[in-house]
Design a protein around this ligand. Structure first.
Ligand code: PFF
Length: 450
């Protein structure tokens, strides 16, 4: 039965929605390219360590606070605080999270719009509309704005349908489709010449890079972005979860799904790069590094698809369809953050809140698109490299320094009666109280110094 503020109807619904939030462009694009740039297997190894030792504990803090308070991040942090000062800091932190989620969605929808444009390109090629093909694949303000608008409309449509009929229903449809498309592409690419060389670059660790501060900072940023941490997405998804569910297990499943899909994406993208090299495509830049940023997705891989002849058209279609789906299941979770806040704290209906904020996101993303060179990378750095870890740090502090330990225990116990005897309870509270803040802070300072 659905509750008035919405609730996931099943465990699977929650797992697919939370994994859908986590699995996005960050996994399929960010993870493989970060690995390629930072010592291949060495990055993969450090990433997995950080995902489970730093990101998972922080994810648990969000899920537990969310389910206990049954509210958005602004109210949640106030509810678990005692005393005016803590309540005010909680409110400000919550607002900061809402703003950062909105800003992330604003730049994310531009990139997701590119995926949509590249998804349509094979269709225009088949139908002989070469001018349209060029327009779809060339960087331009009109294209960027139109497709980010289409993507925002898709996202808003899902969110305005609510938790069970929007987020859960679409995550349950899109996540399995995405996995299927990905599996088909991996199998196809693995049988092409050059794939094994790509696998070696991806999986063989260059141990000399393992302690490199740049590698560690990139892996931490990637882990926080990939698990959608800090901005309240996981907190709000946790708030729609039934009290009977075992939270530590749910969080672990989401972390495992997210990391596994990132790993699988590496099995697709890096071998594909080396297959492209076999076809005569340049895959190293002038500095001798593998092409990684936007050029990888929007030049190197499309060149590979074109060089494949007729089969390249369905392959390109499947690849960009995969990217679009991954982006959509993440963007809906970002939009839910400001929408849930507006509904709960301002009494707005879900439909109005969703479309109102959809318009705000569109205005912001158009501003970024029109001032791309000046704004895009600044917004990305500000939100994902600085704000997400800082907010993650604040959530760890709120969960373990501000909130009452017994209340937290009672919350976990409701879905996991033996939690006190578990390894989780022996390690997690102290770890999130002392180790996580120090580790996040150290890496944050290191990032700034770099
Ligand atoms: N986790 C998403 C990805 O890997 O692409 C990105 C993301 C989603 C970041 C939701 C932040 C967020 F709130």
């Amino acid at each position: 039965m659905s509750s008035p503020r919405g609730q996931f109807s099943s465990k699977t619904g929650f797992i697919l929605a939370a994994s859908g939030s986590a699995v996005g462009l960050g996994n399929i694009w960010g993870f493989p390219t970060n690995a390629a740039e930072n010592g291949g297997g060495a990055f993969v190894l450090i990433y997995f360590v950080l995902a489970f030792c730093l990101a998972y504990p922080a994810l648990m803090a969000e899920l537990i606070i969310g389910r206990h308070t049954k509210s958005n991040m602004v109210s949640a942090l106030q509810k678990i605080s005692t005393g005016a000062i803590a309540k005010n800091i909680g409110k400000l932190t919550g607002f900061y999270g809402v703003i950062i989620a909105t800003l992330i969605l604003s730049f994310y929808s531009i990139v997701a719009g590119w995926m949509l444009a590249f998804l349509l390109e094979p269709l225009s090629t088949v139908t002989g509309l070469s001018d349209v093909s060029i327009w779809l694949t060339e960087f331009g303000n009109t294209r960027n704005i139109i497709f980010s608008a289409v993507f925002i409309i898709l996202t808003t449509t899902v969110i305005s349908a609510g938790v069970e009929h929007g987020i859960e229903k679409w995550s349950c449809r899109l996540m399995p489709s995405m996995l299927l498309l990905m599996a088909c592409l991996i199998v196809y690419v693995m049988f092409q010449d050059g794939a094994i060389e790509g696998l070696k670059v991806y999986l063989l660790p260059d141990f000399r890079q393992i302690g490199d501060p740049q590698l560690i900072a990139s892996a931490m940023g990637q882990a926080f972005f990939s698990l959608s941490l800090g901005v309240g997405t996981m907190l709000i998804y946790g708030s729609y979860l039934s009290p009977d569910e075992n939270l530590p297990a749910m969080g672990a499943i989401v972390t495992i799904v997210d990391s596994s899909i990132a790993f699988l994406a590496g099995l697709l993208v890096l071998p594909a790069l080396f297959v492209a090299q076999q076809q005569g495509v340049t895959i190293y830049n002038e500095a001798g590094n593998l092409i990684a940023g936007p050029d990888l997705i929007f030049q190197t891989l499309p060149t590979l698809f074109h060089s494949m002849g007729a089969i390249g058209i369905p392959i390109a279609l499947v690849f960009f369809c995969l990217m679009t789906i991954a982006a959509l299941t993440s963007s809906i979770s970002m939009l839910e953050v400001p929408v849930s806040y507006t509904i709960e704290n301002h009494g707005t209906s879900r439909h109005t809140a969703a479309w109102l904020i959809g318009v705000v996101v569109f205005v912001l993303s158009s501003l970024i698109a029109l001032n791309f060179d000046r704004l895009f990378s600044v917004v990305v750095t500000l939100t994902t490299e600085y704000s997400q870890p800082l907010l993650g740090l604040m959530l760890c502090i709120f969960a373990t320094w501000v909130w009452h330990r017994d209340k937290m225990l009672a919350e976990i116990r409701s879905g996991h009666p033996q939690v006190e005897q578990s390894l989780f309870w022996k390690i997690w509270p102290g770890y999130v109280r002392f180790c996580c803040p120090v580790l996040i802070l150290l890496m944050f300072v290191q990032n700034i110094l770099n």
